[in-house]
Design a protein around this ligand. Structure first.
Ligand code: SER
Length: 348
């Protein structure tokens, strides 16, 4: 395996799928357009829903992008665990009625093993219980090996979020510690113990779920894959915490230099440092996408992030307004991928 920075991984991924004739699109803004079911974009495929359902014609039938996402459902866990964050980036390749399972699986395997060069003896895949087609492809068209393919139920390998396009999925997992598992029970246990982590979700989108929970078969099956960039970066950098990957570490260091509080000094101050780092990323991205603090909706999400970041700033002893200095560091780390950050710098 090679070591790669966050910005390098993002580039490598987009270039790989461009080489497979995908149109590279910019991230959509965090504020959804014409979608009342969502407050903020929370998955790479969310802004692409009209292309999946056939409501709109896509600019290309194969698309790749790195999408800015925010999820605040687990906000209380941020900073306390190694992998919770509110803002994250989702790498994705999408097919709108074009290629399906076979290419999606083969290309995912090629990217992981030949571009990222992740060792095959550290990889496992899971598929939906009933998905024999996915099993055959993994088994016959890649060299993952039958002993590394496990079948799981709907709660693990069927993807849906609210209403809209959904379907069975197949996930790629990384063994962080080098344990060899031989059965699905051992696999599940290793996952629970955080020894094996999922990092890429390939969704075979073939249904559209309506507001009453009814699944309608889509006229053409689609592909929607999502790989959390931060999580992948932990693998590629040999760390076990999204706050220790290169870009976020730089933001943490900036907060340390402003506050005089070093990271890894105490668990209590580390939690505050991590919360500030995560939230300022989200704040910067939301403001550059035009969100303003308010008492409801997405403005409330922003307000909550601002208040929590400010409170944790006070908890580690910062007396003055301090967020601007950190925002500058966030912009420095991410403006290559999201030029709007630099263009809208004055909003922050
Ligand atoms: N929709 C799937 C996810 O968000 C794959 O992109 O994980």
């Amino acid at each position: 395996m090679i070591t790669m920075g966050v910005n390098e991984i993002r580039e490598a991924y987009l270039r790989f799928f461009e080489s497979k004739d995908h149109l590279k699109m910019d991230s959509f803004p965090l504020v959804p357009k014409e979608d009342n079911s969502l407050l903020l974009i929370n998955a790479g495929m969310a802004p692409l829903k009209p292309y999946f359902t056939g409501l709109k014609t896509p600019p290309s039938y194969r698309v790749t992008n790195c999408q800015k996402c925010i999820r605040t459902g687990d906000i209380e866990n941020v900073g306390k665990t190694s992998r919770h964050g509110t803002f994250f980036e989702m790498l994705g390749n999408f097919s709108f009625g074009d290629y399906f399972k076979e290419d999606a699986i083969k290309w995912a395997w090629e990217f992981v093993t030949e571009v990222l060069k992740i060792s095959k003896d550290r990889l496992y895949v899971t598929i939906y219980n009933e998905d024999d087609e996915a099993y055959e492809i993994w088994n016959k068209k890649t060299d993952v090996g039958a002993s590394r393919i496990f079948r799981l139920g709907k709660e693990d390998n069927f993807w849906e979020i609210g209403q809209g396009p959904c379907g069975p999925s197949s996930e790629i997992h990384y063994d962080r510690v080098g344990i060899k598992v031989n059965s699905v029970e051992e696999f599940i246990k290793a996952q629970e113990e955080d020894k094996i982590i999922e990092f890429w979700n390939l969704v075979f989108t073939q249904f559209d779920k309506d507001e009453n929970g009814v699944y309608h078969k889509l006229p053409n099956p689609n592909i929607d894959t999502g790989m959390g960039l931060e999580r992948l970066a932990t693998i590629m950098q040999g760390v076990n915490n999204i706050f220790e990957i290169d870009t976020v570490k730089n933001i943490l260091e900036k907060i340390s230099s402003i506050s005089g509080v070093k990271y890894k000094n105490s668990e209590k101050s580390d939690i505050s440092l991590r919360i500030i780092a995560d939230h300022v990323k989200g704040i910067t991205m939301l403001i550059s996408d035009g969100v303003l603090p308010s008492n409801e909706g997405r403005g409330y999400v922003l307000r909550r992030l601002l208040r929590r970041a400010a409170r944790h700033g006070r908890l580690i002893g910062i007396k003055d307004a301090f967020l601007t200095g950190i925002v500058d560091e966030v912009i420095k780390m991410y403006k290559g991928a999201y030029p709007e950050l630099e263009d809208k710098k004055d909003y922050n």
